[in-house]
Design a protein around this ligand. Structure first.
Ligand SMILES: Nc1ncnc2c1ncn2[C@@H]1O[C@H](COP(=O)(O)OP(=O)(O)OP(=O)(O)O)[C@@H](O)[C@H]1O
Ligand SMILES: [Mg+2]
Length: 282
């Protein structure tokens, strides 16, 4: 029997009032334990899609489609209140800038306690123990001391580890990471990707990894969907996309990265907006 997908988007379109469609007829599945990459140029609709799953879109946005199932439950068919209850244990998000994830005014531990607000059965001491355990799992050394630290006392890499720990505290079935390493240097990036791989193995969490860096996608994903101008234009196992890209945008993206590796002076290919979207001009 095929397992139920953790995330199942069917024909989802999203518009902001007064702006052309940001997401057009997107269908995408993430299976249990799978890491799916969502790659695409700036403005192609990746964050809009991610925010719609978590209910983070502004009131000016409208979402329509056949279904948006999280853990088998359709968010589009649910009432606003039911949606909140489905989203909590369903999905959690890690954002691009770890500095913006935490308030600068409060200690880390106090902010992480807020992530456990749903858990009314545990005492504050139990919650503290769980948080310290989660920090240690995320590779934070001396987690007791970090519990009492302010965000400005920690590096960006450490804060991003703590954001991942915070997201996993809620034991979500799906972790959505929106460019989680873009604000970090390459050493930190490698450490964060290593941590995410390890946590996936240990907890079995599914991951939707948004990026425009092919290296990040190659490092961690099983499958990749390529977004271009609001649509998914290509999807497949990560090896296939790298070995045999079919859409113009994917080809252009790969050849940009390859030409930088092989010949820094090579001309970058451009995709024309006047022609059919996706057509590549050398
Ligand atoms: N709050 C908003 N109001 C109106 N339009 C928006 C809003 N947020 C995004 N958009 C528009 O929706 C489209 C998709 O934007 P989105 O941020 O989802 O792209 P993205 O793929 O995440 O880009 P990036 O790689 O730069 O993060 C863009 O045309 C953008 O200008
Ligand atoms: Mg974005």
């Amino acid at each position: 029997m095929t397992p139920t997908p953790i995330l199942d988007l069917d024909d989802i379109s999203i518009s902001y009032s007064g702006v052309a469609r940001a997401v057009s007829s997107v269908s995408l599945r993430v299976m249990p334990g799978e890491v799916v990459g969502l790659i695409g140029e700036s403005g192609s609709g990746k964050s809009t899609l991610a925010h719609s799953i978590l209910g983070l879109l502004p009131a000016s946005a409208s979402v329509e489609g056949r279904h948006m199932r999280l853990n088998g439950q359709d968010l589009l068919a649910a009432s606003a209140n039911a949606r909140r209850h489905l989203r909590g244990p369903g999905a959690a998000m890690v954002f691009q800038n770890p500095m913006a994830t935490f308030s600068p005014l409060h200690r880390i531990g106090r902010q992480l306690m807020d992530f456990l607000w749903r858990d009314r059965a545990s005492s504050p001491d139990e919650k503290r123990r769980r948080i310290i355990h989660a920090l240690a799992d995320a590779g934070i050394s001396d987690p007791e001391a970090r519990f009492d630290a302010y965000p400005f006392e920690l590096s960006g890499g450490m804060l991003q580890r703590i954001s991942i720990a915070a997201a996993l505290l809620m034991q979500p079935a799906l972790l959505i990471a929106d460019e989680p390493t873009t604000a970090l240097d390459v050493t930190m990036e490698a450490q964060i990707l290593h941590l995410m791989r390890e946590l996936r193995q240990r907890t079995g969490v599914s991951i939707l990894m948004i990026s425009h860096q092919l290296g990040v996608i190659a490092e961690i994903c099983d499958r990749v969907a390529v977004m271009y101008a609001g649509r998914i234009v290509e999807e497949g196992p990560v090896e296939r996309i790298f070995a045999d890209p079919r859409h113009g945008y994917t080809k252009a993206l790969l050849s940009c990265e390859l030409s930088l590796v092989e010949d820094g002076a090579a001309r970058l290919p451009a995709i024309s907006w006047r022609d059919e979207p996706g057509e590549v001009r050398p």
